[in-house]
Design a protein around this ligand. Sequence first.
Ligand SMILES: [Zn+2]
Length: 132
Amino acid sequence: MSGSPAPYTMKGQLGLYRAALFGSCPKCGARTLFEAPAMVADQCGECGLKLGELEPTGRAVPLLLTVWVIAILICAAMFLELEVRPPMWVHVVVWAPLTIGLELFALRVYKTRGVYIAYEKRRTAYVQSEPR
Ligand SMILES: [Zn+2]
């Protein structure tokens, strides 16, 4: 076995959220995982790891994540309207950035989790196939 351990591991949820927030590469820890707010980069600019090959595919989970985030925010907006009755501009100022921010963060957590799981599978498969 060679190399240092991954800077962030999947063992703690805080590590996953931190990795998603900062876009940390699973191999070197550099902030190169995302090239756009929720778009995985093709390759790590620091260590050369091909991140695009590790990105989770499929559209069902991101779609469900979007539906869940929007459903939760609609419930929160309805609660705020029924309990506080703020002026309409408060809804615009609060819910528009919150919707975009939460949705991007949820997608980043999902993609980071998928990339880290795929990276760990490849790494352990490589370690197990090494001659002893
Ligand atoms: Zn890297």
